[in-house]
Unconditional design. Sequence first.
Length: 343
Amino acid sequence: MPPARTAAPETHPVDELLSRGELASAPHSPGSARRRESGPPPPEIRPQTPKRVSKSRIEIIRAPDWNAWPWLLHGFSTRTGGVTTAYRPTQRTGELNLGFTESDTRDNVLDNRRRFLKALGAPPSMKLVTLKQIHSSSVLSIGENNATDSEPCQGDGLITSQPGILLAIQTADCIPVLIVDVKKKAVAAFHAGWRGTVKRIVESGVGKMRVAFRSRPEDLIAAIGPGIGACCYAVGEEVLSEFTSQFAYARELFHEVSDSDPIRQKYPMLFLTARAPGHSDLGPSLHLDLMEANRRQLLDAGLRPKAITVIGDCTHCQNNRFFSYRAEQGFTGRMLSVIGIRP
């Protein structure tokens, strides 16, 4: 009886190609293992697992425990539901694009906004106020006389103590931040991309609330909504430089994330370049935690740690649930984060 034949191990196509050229993968040397193990390991940042969602249902995310104030209305939208078909034309159901983008029609956006506000539970009399966002530290105070969305002003923050007004921030990866003064009955909404965060948009906004409404930081609560997470937000050295020029804790917001491509790890010689060290696209990438950056600003502004809710959903990881500018290379819709005082 002939001896049993053992099954050949599976090989990757790259392995097969290299073996034909009589090339082998780099040997695993104990010395290299010792070099990697020396020193503290970098923090592990894993992408989030996409959640299964109903694409036909309008989903609204709210901060836990904020229903303790019946006069308060707030919510973060997602991409599910609505009538927009511009971004995923093969999908059976429409999507909830709430921004006047070039690829969608104005009628679609207005219809989506009506659907969203109805699902939110906003009375028809409430006025929705948005901004032409410019990645600044500009914060506008909204009253009855300037509560209009027909000609939005430029800026990245809105505050009001006027009932019947819904403040709205548009995002598709940037961080939305909502703030409430539970004693003075005042609210605020901020758009915090990395440029606005460097310019301290949230800190500046809390200062404006203190001046306009005599708010005390200990009476404020905040919610940091869905945005691109540290798991997916790779940035350049120039962003690190901007943050280190402004914040003593800046380096705590950045982490190096190594490339997990198994082919690059097995065949590093294939990816050598003639570029000078530090100028190649290879190697670990620098990731920024924008959510934590804005949480730190809220703490610096005087808010209590327990008063800050971080929703934590990554728009890039969960692109089936959220619009993401990076995941869709700019061809995407916009979500709204809204807050207001019931009339």
